[in-house]
Design a protein around this ligand. Structure first.
Ligand code: ADP
Ligand code: MG
Length: 308
């Protein structure tokens, strides 16, 4: 298999349209390798196809075409081994309200045919901080506790690959930190982690490899560092007091004049500070009437990457 935890080739998913609706091409031929041991971010706006991809990996959604290989097992050839290699914390809170936390973990372990002697229910309850809620019914747990329980369920069969689908959408800071420290710990122990998010900062904080998907296609696939270099582009727009005669000049700064007389200076925040940009402006003898900065956000990156 090489050193990839997951290999995806030509993956397509077409959802049949509801009555009178056209069909939906949610995934349009995805090729993606996810290295073993990485924390891999699947980044993309709502509707990009992230959950569809994740749910196909999890065996919850049936693909239309293509090949999925999980931990060396082709999903179609070895469905059982392939499923046993991956654990998924879904985006939706789909817990059985009438199970206790402990029972939810035990039942899940049963579904994965984990022998009683090999179950780690107490260890998992401890990891997710629910030891004292072990016998509480899921319906009595707070939203945050339910999320943690979902994480626990994803771990019962000690999968090689853990997938978290928008784990922090709408959760409070405390839970977020708890999830991240769990993720780091599991990754340190060798687990490959895949997480989807539409928050750039989150991918920045957690992931070492990132794929950006948009409208069912991978539009970028790179290390975090390389991608951030592309993303941290900023533009400072200076409206001068007087007409500009000399344009600012400095390494790492691209300068252009705009139709309204403004001077736009583009730079990369990790290379050049705002202070250096301002200094270049002053050195050119430009008196500043007004200044604003334009920051590339994820949306810009999508636009840039999907324009061709
Ligand atoms: P994401 O997780 O990136 O927000 P999804 O994978 O949930 O994206 O959805 C991708 C596209 O597929 C969206 O346009 C969504 O409306 C559509 N879609 C998702 N699930 C279904 C379904 N069960 N039936 C029809 N369309 C679906
Ligand atoms: Mg989703």
């Amino acid at each position: 298999m090489g050193s990839n935890a997951i290999e995806i080739r030509g993956l397509r998913k077409t959802y049949r349209g509801a009555k009178g609706q056209p069909e939906k091409h949610a995934l349009k031929g995805i090729d993606l390798d996810i290295p073993q041991g990485s924390v891999f971010g699947l980044l993309g706006p709502n509707g990009a196809g992230k959950s569809t991809l994740i749910n196909i990996l999890a065996g919850l959604v049936v693909k239309t075409a293509g090949q999925v290989n999980i931990w060396g097992f082709d999903q179609d050839v070895n469905p059982r081994q392939s499923r046993a290699s991956i654990g998924v914390m879904p985006q939706e809170l789909n817990l059985d309200a009438f199970f206790t936390a402990r029972a939810a973990l035990e039942v899940q372990a049963g579904l994965y045919a984990v022998p009683k002697a090999q179950r780690r229910t107490d260890e998992i309850l401890k990891l997710i901080g629910l030891e004292d809620k072990a016998d509480a019914y899921a319906r009595t747990l707070s939203g945050g506790m339910r999320r943690r329980l979902l994480l626990g369920k994803a771990l019962v069969h000690a999968p090689h690959v853990l997938v978290l689908d928008e784990p922090t959408a709408g959760v409070d800071i405390e839970l977020r930190q708890m999830l991240w420290s769990n993720v780091r710990k599991l990754n340190d122990e060798g687990m490959t982690i895949i997480l989807t998010t539409h928050y750039l900062e989150e991918a920045e904080e957690m992931c070492d490899e990132i794929a950006i998907i948009n409208q069912g296609e991978v539009v970028a696939r790179d290390s975090k560092d390389n991608l951030l270099n592309r993303i941290d582009a900023k533009t400072m727009v200076i409206h001068p007091e007087d007409a500009v005669t000399t344009l600012p000049e400095a390494p790492g700064i691209a300068v252009e004049t705009r139709a309204d007389g403004a001077v736009a200076l583009s730079y990369h925040a990790h290379q050049t500070s705002a202070e250096q940009v301002l200094a270049a402006v002053r050195d050119a003898g430009i008196r500043i009437r007004d200044v604003k900065t334009e920051e590339a956000d994820l949306q810009d990156v999508f636009l840039e990457l999907t324009r061709s």
